[in-house]
Design a protein around this ligand. Structure first.
Ligand code: ADP
Ligand code: MG
Length: 733
């Protein structure tokens, strides 16, 4: 009742519209003020120390012990000058979220006098209680020790809260014996391995002076903003992040009038403040727009190095959630909050770029077609490596995005399908097929193609404007876009898998090139021979057609591609022998670490599903059925009164029967739902079996309840339906 009263008092567009947040005129003037980034470090650190630190960051190395004290001191001085009282190692356990444990700068000297202190040791390492984070069996609770260690490539930053400012130190989280307990450690390892393999290939091709090959990433974040009060009135949104019931509104997104339409003022105020907060944290948000669904939006940063982009994306999600509340809104990051309406993804734009002391190639994007034939040969072999990687590890990449939330999105009619394929665009497809079709020994033909390609390549950009939105993995001119990633998940895991798969493919192609060079000269011709064979072998992964169509499902099956529709079957891929071999040989994850990834994810799936089933059961018993019974009673009483008054026409009878029929269906569906819950709760000790039960019978039971409940919603009078409806949540913000 209180909540409904609250609902009638709609929050006004307070704060931001009234100038509560006054952004300085130019973003560049305050961008990154709350980070201790390169700019601040250059100002504050002795030149030698700064140069060493820069080198550390650039090469992805650990912080040197002899510069740590100077760095810690500069960070402390900077933080104190900005009113910071606490610090924390900010890390990413396998929950998909971030974690922190705050310590005060406060310390006491020998005489017991209070002083602010922050040592090099505290900057570099901390020891949180690891026992409360999922480890998937990597660490038994009695040896609950884990360490966090600063990743210097990601600058420390300040989080402002009411009455407090906290210095956050982006960190990795590892076990006593160095086991990766978090999402960031494997990602960093994969970046290192990929760099090493790519350098070996480039050197074999004659490039010199390369220090590192960097993976770059720009994550486009989709999300919904709904009214906070309406959100609070929906137990399913609060508990599960998505609506478990809710009849579709007469107008959904058919009109497609929301996409790139104007952003409502209340929303705009919120988004502007989100961006303002993110700018202070040095997150380079550069685009904002409406998405396809009503109340759905997207923001995207300028791309950065992958680990930093991963930290930034966590900040984007956290700041969105936090700032929305100030505007009486709730940011909903779930992959499919509303049935029948587009879901949200997180397009991961990914590429490879060179860091070199050779100015000619420094900053060069390896997935961007070049200006010379040699550059294009280089482009083609890296392209071949990605295609080969996605072809070989399609199941693994699918596993990387397998969550309870994303299950509703993949394969649904508005998102990339559960089948992983790669879209290349017309121009490149033609070129790849020409190369694949050329014969060995026809090096000159291949060369001509490359030459030809140089002239043709500018067209690639144009090709992309009408690019295929149905592809889960698309080449978009100078990068790949992994679109099937879920909107709420950490991007660290899927990107780590991609890095690993590509690193393996590069290593494979390097070996083949080495062998080929024994027979073929010049280098470019040898490369083209290797590229040709690779293109041929991975050809089934390329698909240009409509990924949403039924024909594609059949065709993909004919091609031998995997169609892993449910989360448990997708996660099983983590246990495939080829996957174990991949991680073992690259040293990115030990067998135990890999296995723990599987366990953490299966357990998470079971938990998420059980939360949904329980929430649905409670909503049925405490909200939906009482509303239905109340209306049925009213109809019956009305009918009885009408009859007693001698009225001949009593339409309430037919209405009561319609309601009664739906209530009967709902009751039957409820019985099935409760039975599944009971079995799931008693399947202790076998999460995999429980996951299979929930993804099959559990999901079916929820669907049956939903069908009956949604039918009931359309019968019960509006003022007697206690839950906010789709119409209200999506169109009335
Ligand atoms: P599109 O509209 O084709 O998706 P945009 O230029 O809007 O492309 O870029 C989308 C995202 O891709 C942005 O976050 C952008 O920074 C990122 N991006 C662009 N180039 C690269 C790259 N080389 N590596 C990684 N991400 C990139
Ligand atoms: Mg995009």
């Amino acid at each position: 009742v209180a909540l409904r009263e609250l609902a009638s008092a709609r929050p006004t567009v307070r704060a931001a519209l009234n100038g509560d947040h006054q952004a300085p005129a130019h973003t560049s003037q305050y961008f990154g003020v709350n980070t201790f980034g390169a700019r601040q470090m250059r100002d504050k650190l002795p030149k030698k120390v700064f140069q060493k630190l820069q080198a550390t960051i650039r090469l992805g190395k650990k912080l040197d012990a002899d510069i740590a004290p100077a760095v810690a001191e500069a960070i402390q001085a900077w933080a104190l000058s900005r009113g910071v009282t606490h610090f924390t190692h900010w890390f990413q356990p396998q929950t998909g979220l971030t974690a922190e444990k705050h310590d005060a700068f406060l310390s006491f000297d020998d005489e017991g006098q209070p002083i602010e202190s922050f040592s090099a040791a505290q900057l570099i390492q901390s020891e949180p209680d690891a026992s409360s984070f999922p480890s998937g069996g990597l660490r038994a609770t009695w040896e609950a020790r884990g360490y966090t260690a600063w990743n210097p490539a990601s600058p420390v930053f300040i989080v402002e809260g009411p009455g407090t400012r906290t210095l956050c130190i982006p960190s990795v989280f590892i076990g006593y014996n160095g086991e990766a307990l978090d999402e960031m450690t494997p990602l960093l390892r994969s970046s290192d391995v990929l760099s090493e393999k790519a350098i070996a290939l480039l050197e074999l091709m004659g490039d010199t002076g390369i220090q590192r090959v960097i993976t770059t990433l720009g994550a486009e974040q989709e999300y919904f903003l709904v009214d906070r009060v309406q959100f609070a009135l929906r137990p399913d949104l609060v508990m599960a992040g998505r609506t478990l019931i809710g009849a579709p509104p007469p107008r959904g997104q058919q009109l497609e009038d929301h996409y790139f339409g104007g952003i409502p003022e209340r929303i705009q105020a919120c988004i502007a403040e989100v961006e303002h907060e993110l700018y202070k944290l040095g997150v380079p948000i550069v685009t904002r727009h409406n998405e396809v669904a009503p109340s759905q939006f997207e923001m995207a940063p300028r791309f950065t190095e992958t680990d930093l982009a991963t930290d930034h994306n966590q900040l984007v999600m956290a700041v969105l959630r936090k700032v929305a509340l100030r505007h009486g809104l709730q940011a909903v990051l779930h992959e499919k909050p509303f049935a029948g309406i587009n879901g949200s993804g997180k397009h991961c734009n990914w590429s490879l770029s060179i860091a070199a002391d050779n100015a000619e190639i420094d900053g060069f994007n390896l997935l961007k077609p070049g200006k010379t034939p040699h550059q294009n040969v280089r482009f083609l072999i890296f392209l071949a490596a990605v295609l080969q990687a996605v072809h070989k590890h399609q199941g693994l990449l699918r596993a990387g995005i397998a969550t309870a939330g994303n299950e509703h999105r993949l394969g649904a009619n508005e998102a990339p399908p559960a089948i992983i394929s790669v879209f290349m665009g017309r121009t490149l497809t033609q070129m790849i097929e020409d190369i694949a079709g050329s014969k060995a020994g026809q090096q000159h033909a291949a060369q001509e193609l490359i030459q030809l390609g140089v002239a043709k390549l500018p067209e690639i950009e144009k090709d992309n404007t009408d690019r295929n939105r149905t592809s889960p993995f698309a080449f978009t001119g100078n990068k790949f876009e992994f679109r099937a990633v879920g909107s709420s998940q950490s991007i660290a895991f899927p990107v780590m898998l991609l890095n690993a798969a590509v690193a393996e493919a590069i290593e494979d192609l390097t070996g083949k090139l080495r062998a080929e060079l024994a027979k073929t000269k010049p280098v470019d011709d040898a490369v083209m021979n290797v590229v040709r064979e690779s293109f041929k072998a991975s050809s089934t992964i390329r698909f240009e057609g409509n990924g949403y169509s039924d024909e594609w499902v059949t065709e993909a099956e004919g091609r031998g591609l995997k169609n892993l529709r449910r989360t448990p079957e997708a996660l099983k891929e983590l246990e495939a022998p080829a996957v174990q071999a991949l991680f073992r040989s690259l040293g990115i994850l030990s067998d135990a670490e890999l296995e723990s990834r599987y366990h953490v994810r299966v357990e998470r799936y079971v938990k998420d599903m059980l939360i949904e089933l329980h929430t649905l059961a409670q909503m049925l018993d405490t909200i939906v059925l009482p509303a239905g019974y109340g209306y049925a009673n009213a109809l019956a009483q009305g009918a009885a009164h009408a009859k007693a008054a001698g009225i001949a026409q009593v339409p309430q009878v037919a209405a009561a029967e319609r309601v009664g029929k739906v209530l009967g269906e709902l009751d039957a569906a409820r019985t099935t739902l409760l039975a599944v819950i009971d079995r799931a709760e008693h399947s202790h000790g076998d999460p995999s079996a429980c996951a299979r039960l929930l993804t099959g019978e559990g999901a079916d039971a929820m669907a049956a309840v939903r069908a009956a409940s949604d039918a009931l919603e359309l019968l019960v009078p509006d003022d007697q339906w206690p839950l906010p409806k789709y119409r209200e949540m999506l169109f009335a913000v």
